[in-house]
Design a protein around this ligand. Structure first.
Ligand code: FAD
Length: 562
């Protein structure tokens, strides 16, 4: 269960630092990675050795006063209990934004036109019902809050919102309520954070296997509300596959679906609620699929001579008899970045520094074009061995080689550290962000090339030296996800202007080339402008009509999605 933290306003629920990713006191440092400083200097023109400019002091933030009327506060206290209603400045700032680059830049610039007026922490579904009804009766606005890791801009109140705004934090609702071992299903409260959920399940020998990069600071309810996907989706599925049933509180009623394996009742209400980003109410609990903890787990590293070869291999692995937990291949730029983040004499970088280099050169490989890949395997020893053999054959057929366990194990151990890099380089004048999409196998390569081209043009348009890198992950029968990371030097006092040009060009390239606006980062406000191109204007209109019918006064997270 979650611990109290200093400055939490007495809620007892732990949150991330108000100005960045993760816990206070935990951060990235480049000094034990000797190749990173020269790499970033060369690619982005930013010197990591220069001292960082920390974010503002909290006291410097122009936090608007709470506008919550006393009657609403009294109703919320009755609903959730006296000690669970907070109006302090830190509480309200922590609940204003998620963790997108835009959110962080706005906070760092003191751009806080509107915060929630009050944060309420109900302890069970009855309390959630009472809070939702109190908000509806008061003509106020309700924004559900899970871990606050959103990167789609779906947590902040609208700047011109005149009604009182209530942030409903699910953090006290963090228990696994029951495990139906026979059906391999668990009933879980929506506010549980990833590690807490896996600890509770693991103690009974089960796992949900949902591991987004934000795992440590995101919740089950947030995953469902954003149609999340985790690194191990090849085996366990996306959250839309994992969520068998859910309960959602709306004003005056509760929508409840049953944990059946499949159904003929359509359109599926369950599917309407998954990805609803708070627009259709508050998810209080869900039945999710669980698996027995695997006997063995191995992530193997592979090299390919080109990204094209790597993509083709991933497609063939997805079509093969091999059962994998994850399949991932980085392009040459992301591979070079991985080599540059290796610690002294550790990491993947040393693998290409010695004998292997000579072998690859002899084979005619261009060492600057090497693409690093990981494939994960779980299960009994025989199954793992058999699956590895199938994959090895495919890798070889595409000109790749097996590198072994070292880099895969390191990737597995370090994957939750990566998000801290963004704050560190932001402190030193570099903007970095991600954009992801999904597309069919035949679309992926032209889409990749189009995005690279459009990003380079956007960098030129704003006059910055930019860097873009990509990996394929989350393979499906018909296609996969492409995940791009981009970075460039901050050149003006209005970095969001440059950011919009670059991020906008990448997003536009996704929909122009036949991809979706995001594979697993939701729509929110950040991606809403591409919704009609993604699902057609009529599809977008249908979503608007659904939200208006369920919530005619626009009180539930208005502004997100449509
Ligand atoms: P929040 O950020 O608190 O909320 C997100 C949205 O869901 C909001 O609209 C909120 O109102 C709504 N919401 C939250 N809880 C509820 C509820 N109980 N009922 C109704 N609505 C609710 N996403 C991935 O899918 N995969 C990744 O690998 C991944 N990696 C990330 C890495 C980083 C560094 C960051 C910053 C983000 C990443 N994300 C990833 C995005 C983000 O973590 C996900 O969208 C996550 O699912 C959000 O969960 P949360 O609990 O933090 O929700």
């Amino acid at each position: 269960a979650q611990d109290a933290r200093e400055g939490d306003g007495g809620s007892g629920v732990q949150h991330m630092k108000w100005w960045g990713w993760g816990r206070e006191g935990v951060s990235f440092d480049h000094r034990d990675k000797p190749k990173l400083q020269p790499f970033v200097l060369e690619k982005v023109g930013v010197d990591l050795d220069t001292p960082g400019r920390p974010a503002l002091d909290f006291d410097e933030l122009p936090v608007p006063d709470s506008r919550a009327p006393e009657e609403l506060l009294a109703a919320l206290r009755t609903a959730a209990g006296d000690g669970h209603v907070h109006t302090g400045a830190m509480e309200r700032v922590v609940h204003t934004y998620g963790k997108s680059l835009r959110d962080l830049l706005r906070l760092r610039a003191g751009d806080l036109p509107r915060t929630p007026d009050v944060v309420v922490y109900p302890g069970d579904e009855d309390a959630v019902r009472a809070v939702v009804d109190a908000v509806a009766d008061a003509g106020a606005v309700l924004i559900p809050f899970g871990g606050g890791s959103s990167i789609s801009g779906s947590l902040h109140p609208r700047a011109d919102e005149q009604r009182p705004v209530v942030s409903l934090d699910l953090g006290r609702m963090n228990r696994v309520l029951e495990v139906d071992e026979h059906s391999r299903l668990a009933r879980v409260q929506a506010g549980v954070l990833g590690p807490d959920l896996e600890d509770q399940l693991g103690a009974r020998g089960w796992t949900m296997g949902h591991v987004p990069d934000s795992f440590t600071h995101s919740t089950l309810g947030g995953w469902i509300a954003t149609r999340s996907s985790g690194a191990q989706s090849d085996k366990y599925g996306d959250i839309a596959d994992l969520t068998r049933a859910l309960r959602v509180v709306q004003p005056g009623r509760v929508v409840a679906t049953r944990p059946v394996p499949s159904e003929a009742t359509g359109p599926s209400v369950r599917d309407m609620l998954i990805g609803s980003e708070g627009r259709l109410g508050v998810i209080t609990e869900a039945w999710v699929q669980v698996h027995r903890l695997p006997e063995n787990r191995q992530i193997l590293g592979y090299f390919y001579p080109s990204f094209e070869a790597g993509l083709a291999a991933m497609r063939d692995i997805a079509a093969s008899d091999a059962s994998t937990v994850l399949t991932r291949v980085s392009d040459a730029n992301e591979t070079a970045f991985s080599f540059a983040t290796g610690k002294r004499s550790r990491g993947v970088s040393h693998l290409v520094s010695s004998g292997l280099k000579t072998v690859l050169k002899r084979r005619g490989w261009d060492l600057d074009a090497i693409c690093l890949s990981f494939v994960g395997f779980e299960g009994g020893a025989d199954a793992v061995k058999a699956n590895q053999a199938v994959v090895k054959k495919i890798v070889k057929a595409h000109g790749g080689i097996v590198v072994g366990k070292g880099p895969g194990t390191l990737y597995d151990q370090k994957k939750f550290d990566t998000p801290y890099i963004r704050d560190y380089i932001l402190d030193r004048g570099a903007l970095a962000d991600v954009s992801d999409t999904a597309a069919s196998w035949s679309t992926l390569l032209p889409l990749y090339r189009h995005v690279r081209e459009q990003a380079d043009r956007a960098f030129a348009r704003v006059g910055v030296q930019g860097w873009i890198m990509c990996h394929l992950s989350h393979s499906y029968h018909g296609g996969a996800c492409l995940y791009f990371t981009f970075a460039f030097q901050q050149v003006s006092e209005t970095p969001l202007v440059e950011y919009d040009v670059v991020k906008g060009a990448i997003q536009q390239a996704f929909v122009d080339a036949g991809g979706t606006l995001s594979h697993h980062h939701a729509v929110g406000t950040e991606h809403a402008q591409w919704l009609a191109e993604d699902i057609s204007p009529a599809g977008r209109a249908m979503l608007g009509e659904l939200f208006a019918a369920v919530d005619p006064q626009g009180q539930m997270n208005p502004g997100a999605i449509v």
